[in-house]
Design a protein around this ligand. Structure first.
Ligand code: NAP
Length: 305
């Protein structure tokens, strides 16, 4: 295993009994996790620090993961681009990561009779499930349309399978959507016909027809990040959604995207990405500490960012 040279402040933490958790990814400077997790540690009187552990390449990733075996470590979050690449570096995978999302966003560290074990979890998938549940989106839902075919879309696909809701996937290229469906079929026993549930985002007639039969619409593309005017689909197409449909945009900055604004104007139940960000962080906090997460404190820390 590659070793990691730690800055002296981190070594001080090691000797002072302060536990550490952190975010491994690249780029990570914009992350809201430190504010949210630090507030939670503070609220519960846990002597721990949440740090940013930049990993620009595979060697840095391996070094950061190896460092999690140290005594003072609670665990880590993993983000883009390492959610899948981290898997071979871990000892165990939880079902949330192995079957449901096909990726890891949280690592726990445990001392066992056989040494330290690092386990990979995915808290994005249950957080997505929880957000849709709070929206009342699952009730009566038969079809979900997911825009985008990356990691977040995989979590949505896995959750759709668990909920018995048929997913459709729209990506810039239909081929990308087909590959994403094949990835899902490789880890879960999905019905054969799901592999045809794919379309290209610019195929507006198929998109409109799919929207007509979808009770849930999820934006899992980054279109709209930092741009309250951008939308992953022409907003007039929202008129095709059934009147009781729920719209979830995974983007949390801005908190209200053009998609969410238009869905609300249409009278649909619409939610941005902040609740999911909160729930995934809360689940990770509980995995590291064994304590219920202080949701109010964490939510406040997210909102004031
Ligand atoms: P990812 O793995 O990079 O996937 C992004 C997907 O979006 C890809 O399918 C990509 O398509 C597509 N895409 C990129 N630019 C696009 C464009 N201009 N038009 C149409 N499609 C485009 O990213 P991810 O992890 O799935 O994350 C997706 C979004 O969800 C991000 O904004 C992320 O911040 C957000 N997210 C939020 C939470 C939360 O807690 N709220 C959790 C996870 C993710 P191609 O394959 O064609 O490139």
């Amino acid at each position: 295993m590659p070793t990691v040279r730690e800055p002296s402040s981190e070594i001080d933490a090691h000797h002072s009994g302060v536990k550490r958790a952190g975010l491994i990814g690249h780029p990570i400077a914009h992350s809201r996790s430190p504010a949210m997790q630090q507030a939670a540690f503070g609220a519960l009187g846990i002597s721990a620090r949440y740090e940013l552990w930049d990993a620009p390449d595979a060697a840095a990733l391996a070094g950061r993961v190896a460092a999690l075996r140290q005594l003072d470590m609670l665990g880590a979050n993993i983000t883009i681009p390492w959610k899948e690449a981290v898997i071979p570096l871990l000892d165990d995978l939880d079902d949330s990561a192995y079957h449901i999302a096909g990726a890891v966003n949280t690592i726990t560290r445990a001392e066992t009779a056989h040494g330290v074990r690092l386990t990979g979890y995915n808290t994005d998938a249950p957080a997505l499930d929880q957000t849709l549940d709070k929206q009342g989106a699952w009730s009566g839902a038969q079809r979900m349309l997911i825009l985008g075919a990356g990691g977040a879309a995989q979590a949505a696909l896995g959750i759709a399978f668990m909920r018995g809701v048929e997913p459709w996937l729209a990506a810039r290229r239909a081929e990308t959507a087909r590959e994403a469906m094949a990835k899902l079929a490789a880890r879960l026993p999905v019905p054969e016909h799901w592999r045809d549930h794919t379309l290209a985002l610019d195929d507006l007639s198929t998109l409109t027809a799919t929207l007509r039969d979808s009770q849930i619409l999820i934006n899992a593309t980054p279109v709209g990040v930092g741009d309250a005017g951008a939308s992953p689909l022409p907003l007039d197409l929202l008129a095709a959604l059934p009147s009781g449909a729920a719209v979830l945009d995974l983007i949390y900055a801005p908190p209200e995207t053009a998609l969410i604004r238009a869905a609300r104007v249409r009278g649909l139940r619409a939610e941005g990405g902040l609740p999911m960000l909160l729930y995934q962080g809360a689940l990770a906090f509980t995995l590291w500490t064994g304590q219920p997460a202080p949701l109010d404190v964490m939510s406040h820390a997210l909102a004031i960012e």
